[in-house]
Write a protein that binds this ligand. Structure first.
Ligand SMILES: [Ca+2]
Length: 476
């Protein structure tokens, strides 16, 4: 009986301890929850302020965008009246439009659920499905550069933190050829990343290195070892800004990067090869390095984890097809069996970017067109006897290549060795000097070879009268 009472007492004691423990844990949890709510509200207010600052940066950026040529269309390469050559360029536009984007991480395969981030922890989060096999629910990378339509905002989306806790997310945009890039703007559907980096390639060579272009981070120094909001001291200095990295707004936030803003040669672009190189890009890579969160993902709640992911509505690359001032049109052309985007070159230039002179137009070095001069390529003087020339620094003009009809010389102006002609309008003929009887294989302009002693004939191929023994030493 006593034993039963003792056991019962112990049972009550254990239950009591359990209750106390539960209460303590509950109090701790609720305290932590209240702290989370409080700091979240403080955070939101702080971020709201920051958002306004960002908004003014976006306005500044838009002003610069208009200044950089968002308003004009393409310009002609020739003045129709005076026939003077003019610098020309393709129209300004969105270089990313309908270009291929590849992502290493996209939701929907297998189908998964994601929840819309509302900034408030509640069990009734609005959740949707991402399913790559159902068009209605798929969010592929190509939706980043598709048609812009405010009624139907398509977007790309990554997996959520629940499905992909720490794999870095990378987007790669291939522009198809070099562009002069003025700005890059990314419109997010999810909150903007805490840290992201933009890289570029300046050549279409798939082995070309990725060059850092801009960092955008709330933790510049920690994440990218770059001072936050620094002023560009050189034209190609990679900067880091914290202006676009707050969690607010939760949707529709913009990230923008203007390539020329604040660069030392900003107003002297024509004469700055460094800056010209800096704005050149043929591919863009965006690394989404860290998400912005409210810190509640640490509790591991699956609905919370489902509400963290990257989603981008649109990527705009404001720029012009790079034609070095020698083309007004850039279009796809059939080239070795595939469509290649290229400039339609003027000013006797050629190449995908009009980056060189036509073969027979290298009488002076190739140059970009400037505001003052089209710097067109000039034809070499090859007397119509060559199809190509190369500029020769020592000569100061173009040296003709592969002179035709037995001619030679920098301008195909003379007969090649061992050939002759009387006047420059004649064809060059072979001297055909006899190698045994001639001093050299070169004849004079009449075709007469120089004979060894005792040798005679136009081609020095026989002994003079009364001489004999035609040999390497002449005739005796
Ligand atoms: Ca879209």
């Amino acid at each position: 009986m006593r034993q039963v009472l003792k056991d019962g007492c112990n049972k009550v004691k254990r239950m009591f301890y359990k209750l106390i423990l539960t209460l303590v844990v509950a109090e701790k949890t609720s305290k932590r929850f209240l702290q989370t709510i409080e700091t979240r509200q403080q955070k939101l207010v702080r971020r709201q302020r920051k958002h306004w600052r960002n908004f003014s940066s976006v306005l500044r950026f838009l002003a610069l965008f208009l200044f950089l040529g968002g308003v004009d269309s393409r310009s002609p390469c020739l003045n129709e009246l005076t026939k003077a050559t003019l610098r020309c360029m393709p129209s300004f536009g969105n270089a990313a439009f309908e270009k291929t984007v590849i992502s290493n991480n996209t939701c929907g395969n297998p189908p998964s659920e994601f929840c819309v981030q509302t900034g408030v922890t509640s069990p009734t989060k609005e959740c949707e499905l991402c399913n790559a096999t159902e068009p209605r629910y798929s969010h592929p990378a190509e939706f980043i550069t598709d048609i812009k339509n405010d009624q139907n905002r398509t977007w790309w989306q990554s997996e959520t933190l629940l499905h992909n806790p720490d794999k870095p997310v990378t987007l790669t945009l291939d522009l198809g050829k070099s562009y002069d890039v003025s700005y890059i703007r990314i419109r997010f559907r999810s909150p903007r990343p805490e840290s992201m980096a933009i890289y570029k390639r300046t050549s279409t060579d798939p082995k070309a290195p990725w060059i850092p272009y801009q960092y955008l981070s709330a933790s510049c120094e920690k994440t990218y070892k770059v001072k936050a909001n620094d002023i560009a001291k050189t034209n190609q200095q990679v900067l880091c800004t914290d202006a676009f990295s707050s969690i607010s707004p939760l949707t529709g936030g913009n990230v923008a990067f203007t390539t020329l803003e604040g660069r030392p040669d900003n107003l002297n672009f024509d004469n700055s090869p460094e800056l010209q190189e800096w704005v050149t890009a043929s591919a863009i890579r965006i690394d989404l390095d860290r998400m912005n969160t409210f810190g509640d993902e640490v509790f591991g709640d699956s609905n919370v984890l489902r509400s963290y992911y990257f989603a981008i509505i649109d990527l705009t690359v404001g720029g012009r097809c790079k034609c070095n001032g020698h083309a007004a049109v850039c279009m796809k052309k059939q080239e070795s069996g595939r469509l290649q985007l290229r400039c339609i070159c003027h000013h006797n230039t050629t190449g995908i970017d009009c980056q060189k002179c036509d073969p027979l137009f290298n009488n002076r070095p190739w140059a970009r067109a400037t505001e003052d001069s089209a710097n067109e390529c000039i034809k070499c003087n090859c007397n119509d006897l060559a199809d190509s020339c190369v500029y020769d620094e020592n000569l100061g003009f173009g040296r003709c290549e592969n002179c035709k009809r037995n001619t030679a010389g920098p301008q195909c102006e003379r007969c090649r060795d061992n050939f002759f002609r009387l006047t420059s309008s004649d064809d060059c003929q072979a001297c055909k000097c006899d190698p045994v009887g001639s001093v050299s294989l070169q004849c004079d302009p009449t075709g007469q070879c120089t004979c060894k002693p005792g040798v005679t004939g136009v081609k020095c191929d026989r002994c003079q009268p009364n001489y004999f023994g035609f040999s390497q030493t002449g005739c005796r």
